[in-house]
Design a protein around this ligand. Structure first.
Ligand code: SF4
Length: 471
């Protein structure tokens, strides 16, 4: 009997892509997607542990899924991702009805473990690093059931060598490992052949891409080539025939290099959008976070990026209420956020993650009422510059990539500019996701633009869905 699966994804783009690969290996093993959990045989929860309530959310869901599982023989529950990598055997201890627990380094084993659990009972398999063969630290390319036909995530690096005091990622994703440039380009060429026109290069710290490859080659005694640079990868990705847009996430401000900005400026396909996570504007707090840059250096690099890359949009991440944050520290954050004039800012209240250095600083936790008040003041500053940036686009003709009907109004089309700005417009004709059209910008709001449809520029090229193997 054909078994059906559902994958629920929590957290970041890295997890979204892992979920596409989990779906790919399950389908390669004969399972098919279920429309709802009611007709599913296997439910996979691909978890995130970046936020405090992530644990509560997971174990709450597992409580509900127990009832689902008891509803029909042969049903299985799989827990994957960063929270299981962190909690390991703790997941099956707290929820013994879970069949498979796997981590961030053995996504490629999902189907085998599901099969094993059917025959031999529940299994937990957590690896400390992604090891498949001597040289390549990456699982050999896996089939991926992509969520969209016209755009794709492409992993270029896993893990992170930084040690930001608030971050659990290095503990659950391991050390930085870059994927050979030729492998990445080969995957992008295969995606383009399948009709993909936009790729997003994925990594925890993409602008340190390649740093480890020379090390790996030296360790293996191989001929040491010059380490590939992120700028080189960007330009090579943008040069792949059929690829119209190249995006990347997430860079680290301390590793921002002039070459990267030059590659953005000179490679037409590289989108004019840079995400540069500030986190705090106070040098004292940046040092406590181990971020490796000062506010002045951060703004200096931002200035260079804007000088070199015409019409660059900049977004960021900022944490409010990091342990020990004083009024003066927060005032510095407001000052830098205002000076940076962001197009968009993701703002967070500090969330202590067990296992991080900052979680132990309990005597310096900031009063939640103070943090909440600061959070609101920061929102005012970032929304003001976002609106100003959006208003400055009015009257421009922008090329946008159609994503589909607007969530709020199905009669309106949602699309994205090269700067990653959301545009809503009415279309004179039905437009398939993946279509490129030009619109005139006629209105602005802090989180989106409104446009007037002009013309279709390029139709989607995607043909039949072949599972492109993804690293
Ligand atoms: S750079 Fe810092 S915040 Fe980003 S993944 Fe690495 S440790 Fe976490």
């Amino acid at each position: 009997m054909t078994r059906r699966y559902v994958v629920r994804t929590y957290g970041c783009q890295m997890n979204e892509h892992d979920s596409e690969r989990i779906a790919g290996v399950l389908e390669a093993d004969g399972l098919v997607p279920a429309v709802t959990e009611a007709d599913a045989d296997v439910v996979v929860l691909n978890t995130c542990c970046i936020r405090e309530n992530a644990d509560n959310k997971l174990y709450g869901n597992l409580g509900h899924l127990k009832t689902w599982k008891d509803g029909r023989d042969g049903r299985q529950i799989v827990v994957a991702g960063c929270l299981s990598q962190k909690d390991r055997d703790g997941v099956s201890r707290r929820a013994p009805w879970v069949d498979v627990v796997l981590g961030t380094h053995n996504v490629h084993r999902t189907a085998e473990l599901v099969d094993h659990a059917r025959r031999h009972g529940p299994i937990t398999e957590i690896l400390d690093e992604s090891v498949v063969d001597d040289h390549a630290l990456f699982p050999s390319a896996l089939p991926a059931r992509r969520e969209h036909d016209y755009t794709a995530w492409v992993t270029i690096q896993i893990g992170c060598d930084n040690a930001c005091a608030f971050c659990i990622v290095p503990a659950v994703r391991g050390a930085e490992a870059s994927r050979p440039l030729a492998d990445v380009i080969a995957e992008i060429e295969a995606l383009a052949a399948d009709g993909v026109t936009e790729v997003t290069l994925l990594g925890q710290n993409v602008n340190s891409y390649g740093r480890d490859l020379a090390r790996t080659a030296r360790r293996a005694g191989d001929e040491v080539q010059l380490r590939p640079m992120f700028a080189e990868l960007l330009a090579a990705a943008a040069a792949v025939p059929g690829i119209r847009r190249v995006r990347f996430t997430s860079p680290h401000p301390k590793d921002m290099r002039t070459e990267t900005f030059q590659a953005m400026a000179t490679s037409p396909g590289v989108c004019r959008h840079l995400h540069s996570p500030l986190q705090s504007g106070s040098d004292r707090i940046l040092a406590a976070m181990h971020r490796g840059y000062t506010a002045a250096r951060y703004l200096d690099r931002l200035g260079e990026a804007r000088r070199l890359v015409d019409d660059l949009a900049v977004s960021t991440d900022i944490i409010v209420g990091f342990p020990g944050e004083t009024d003066d520290d927060f005032a510095a954050t407001l000052e830098v956020a205002a000076a940076a004039e962001y197009d968009y800012a993701y703002t967070f209240v500090f969330s202590p993650r067990p296992g991080t250095e900052a979680a132990a600083l309990t005597d310096r936790f900031v009063d939640p009422a103070v943090t909440a008040e600061r959070f609101q003041r920061l929102r005012v500053v970032v929304e003001r510059s976002a609106l100003a940036k959006h208003r400055a686009r009015i009257g421009r003709i922008e090329e946008v990539l159609v994503e589909g009907p607007s969530k709020k109004d199905p009669g309106i089309v949602s699309a994205r500019t090269g700067q990653n700005k959301l545009v809503h417009f009415a279309a004179a004709e039905p437009l398939r996701p993946g279509t490129y059209v030009t619109v005139e910008i006629i209105g602005a709001a802090p989180h989106h633009l409104t446009g007037r449809f002009e013309a279709v520029v390029a139709l989607p090229r995607h043909r039949r869905r072949i599972p492109v193997l993804s690293g």
